[in-house]
Design a protein around this ligand. Structure first.
Ligand SMILES: Cc1cc2nc3c(=O)[nH]c(=O)nc-3n(C[C@H](O)[C@H](O)[C@H](O)COP(=O)(O)O)c2cc1C
Length: 391
């Protein structure tokens, strides 16, 4: 394997061949991307006390490349937004200050950095809530205990409290302030987390939303809250800095919809009215966290209907990403687990180099190094252990 890695490094010095479609430049609004391999948002639970830590400087800068796009892990918009241990926030001055050196390090590498802003809603427990109160949601229906994405831990949830109609503008305002704070911290923009069964989806999807006010019932009513968040964030920082992540087909955290196609369509058409920068959609094949399944649905109708940049994510490998860009099924492809384990993923894709295996057991541990900043770069590999076959 040593010989193989050496040959790959030699190849890097050889005259450039035509880049694969994933490695071609792309202009996303005012941002000039040099390639299309995006770091997907990845919760790593190493932000002690909800404050981003100095070790994140190294972690993100390892994954930054000149003209690459990184999306930061889900980041809480308020003290009611948390549902997991040691996840970062962006609602206090202290948190904003703590993000600054991380953002600076990513920019020093020439990368573009968006912050994913998040409210978990009912995917929480009173231990994560101020004064031990109940988590908030569109509903008071409780969640049953769930296996976490690492496939090992079981999470427990406190029954939520249904938000009153008059409280909703305050939550919208939390997203607005979080977006303002993200810009203050130096981020290039924000990605509104409208996916994976969290608060925005708890409103959007009809298997959860059982409200009878103007935020429940019809599709238009169920999407109202998410679109009010989009409007507030656009108003605060400008549409050219705003993206959103959606997963209409997923059923994470018991959050499904009886007509996900219609929901996805409605949302992209509504988003077009705000002219936001990008829509980041999770593939229908990602039915459950970390599990790729066969699925008859496709993101293509949404890709075609959306006017801005379209990012696809979920279960992508190199080949699939190349084909998706070549066939114009997305502008950019976000990689989660492979980027987590391969800080130099774009370079590895360009060379068709072997990939480091990811280790699920260290996804969410609080160690500042192990499974976080210790995945080797291609030119550091000295043994076969960390290397999996071509992906
Ligand atoms: C460790 C881990 C943490 C994740 N955290 C987030 C997150 O904070 N926000 C989010 O939208 N998705 C999150 N996801 C989902 C990923 O962004 C991505 O959509 C998913 O891993 C599927 O893509 P992949 O097959 O390339 O890994 C997470 C996934 C993993 C494995």
């Amino acid at each position: 394997m040593k010989v193989r890695v050496k040959a790959l490094i030699d190849k890097m010095a050889a005259p450039a061949e035509d880049p694969i479609p994933l490695l071609t430049p792309y202009k996303m609004g005012k941002f000039n991307l040099s390639h299309r391999v995006v770091l997907a948002p990845l919760t790593r639970q190493r932000s002690y006390g909800n404050v981003p830590q100095p070790h994140a400087v190294l972690y993100y800068s390892q994954r930054a490349s000149d003209g690459g796009l990184l999306i930061a892990e889900a980041t809480g918009v308020s003290d009611t937004a948390q549902g997991y241990p040691q996840t970062p926030g962006i609602w206090t001055k202290h948190q904003v200050q703590a993000w600054k050196p991380i953002v600076d390090a990513v920019h020093a590498k020439g990368a573009i950095f968006f912050c994913q802003i998040w409210h978990v809603g009912r995917v929480s427990d009173s231990v994560y809530q101020p004064n031990g109160q109940a988590p908030i949601s569109s509903t008071d229906k409780p969640l049953t205990p769930q296996i976490r994405s690492n496939g090992i831990d079981v999470a427990q949830f406190t029954p939520p409290r249904r938000l009153r109609t008059d409280e909703i503008p305050h939550i919208v305002n939390d997203f607005r302030l979080a977006a303002r704070n993200a810009i203050e911290a130096g981020f290039d923009g924000v990605e509104i987390h409208g996916a994976h069964g969290y608060l925005l989806e708890q409103f959007m999807k009809d298997k959860v939303n059982d409200r009878t006010d103007e935020y429940g019932g019809s599709l238009e009513n169920r999407c109202r809250f998410a679109l009010e968040v989009v409007e507030a964030v656009v108003d605060e920082i400008g549409a050219d800095r705003v993206g959103i992540r959606l997963s209409p087909f997923a059923e994470y955290a018991e959050c499904g919809d009886t007509n996900p196609k219609q929901l996805g369509h409605y949302m992209v058409n509504a988003l077009n009215k705000y002219g936001i920068l990008y829509c980041h959609m999770v593939e229908p094949r990602m039915k459950t966290v970390g599990e790729k399944t066969q699925c008859p649905h496709s993101l293509l109708p949404m890709r075609k209907a959306f006017n801005g940049t379209f990012i696809a994510a979920g279960g992508y490998d190199r080949e699939d990403g190349i084909n998706t860009v070549a066939e114009n099924r997305a502008d950019l492809v976000a990689y989660g687990r492979w980027f987590l384990a391969n800080p130099d993923l774009p370079k590895r894709f360009s060379l068709n180099a072997p990939l480091n295996k990811y280790n699920r057991e260290t996804f969410y541990i609080s160690d500042p190094v192990l499974g976080y900043t210790d995945y080797p770069f291609l030119d550091e590999e000295t043994n076969d252990v960390a290397i999996e076959g071509r992906n």
